[in-house]
Design a protein around this ligand. Structure first.
Ligand code: ATP
Length: 229
């Protein structure tokens, strides 16, 4: 089953810059893949079209068989429940506990307190943060903070997780740890799309790789065709 499809998608920002040009690809349910390319190639733009931070100029982004062009107003929030997002700078609320940060998407959805507690603890446990729920983000290491960001993105069990340079600030050991966490998500039914310009890391993961160059999708590499590190 396909969870996400780009059909001939182009994006031109106001001011005339073409960020994506006629991009087409599909992501299967439970698939994990990478998106790579030089700085300015269009990686962040592509991810923004998926969580509706931006809209395409041409073409269609189809999520769960729904054309996102038709997702407007109140439905944008409903769509975002199905797409978890992880940012490089994780964007945690610094004056709220780890628990509160992870609970936020569920509170916004109006879930019952008992249910929220259960889900948040389970997500924190899975990410090895079970004993940090009352800490403030500033009391955590960079890797722990990034794991809180991932817990917040997966707590609602999204269909798809998109991550924009999620290991950008981390050392190689922590980066590998975070990648292993992402790699465990597909078995829980979440597809994973990660933008990264760290080619070494991307190759080591042995997953499908989409390559952007100046907004065009120039390669779609199967894991078995990746060159050895
Ligand atoms: N809001 C915007 N307005 C105008 N141009 C933009 C905007 N956002 C991005 N761009 C331009 O679109 C192109 C693609 O940018 P994008 O951020 O998607 O690239 P990227 O591959 O994620 O780069 P990086 O690896 O440096 O984050 C760049 O030329 C960028 O300058």
């Amino acid at each position: 089953m396909t969870v996400l499809r780009f059909d001939n998608v182009s994006k031109q920002y106001a001011g005339g810059r073409v960020a994506l040009a006629d991009v087409s690809f599909a992501v299967g349910s439970g698939e994990m893949l990478f998106l790579t390319g030089h700085s300015g190639a269009g990686k962040s733009t592509l991810l923004k079209l998926i969580h509706l931070a931006e809209r395409p100029s041409r073409g269609a982004v189809v999520f769960n068989e729904r054309n996102l062009l038709k997702v407007r107003g109140r439905r944008v929030a409903l769509h975002r429940r199905e797409v978890g997002v992880v940012f490089q700078d994780h964007r945690l609320l610094t004056d709220r506990s780890v628990f509160d940060n992870v609970a936020l998407p569920l509170i916004l959805r109006g879930q019952r307190r008992g249910e929220i507690g259960k889900r948040v603890r389970s997500a924190l446990e899975r990410l090895g943060l079970g004993d940090r729920e009352q800490s403030l983000p500033t009391q955590l290491s960079a890797g722990e903070q990034q794991r809180v960001g991932i817990a917040r993105a997966v707590v609602g069990e999204p269909r798809l997780l998109v991550a924009d340079e999620p290991t950008g600030n981390l050392d190689p050991t922590l980066s590998a740890e975070i990648m292993a966490l992402f790699a465990s998500l597909p078995e829980r039914g979440t597809s994973v799309l990660i933008a990264s310009h760290d080619l070494g890391l991307v190759k080591r993961m042995r997953k499908r790789v989409l390559v952007l160059d100046h907004g065009s999708l120039v390669d779609d590499i199967a894991p078995e065709d990746l060159a050895d590190e």
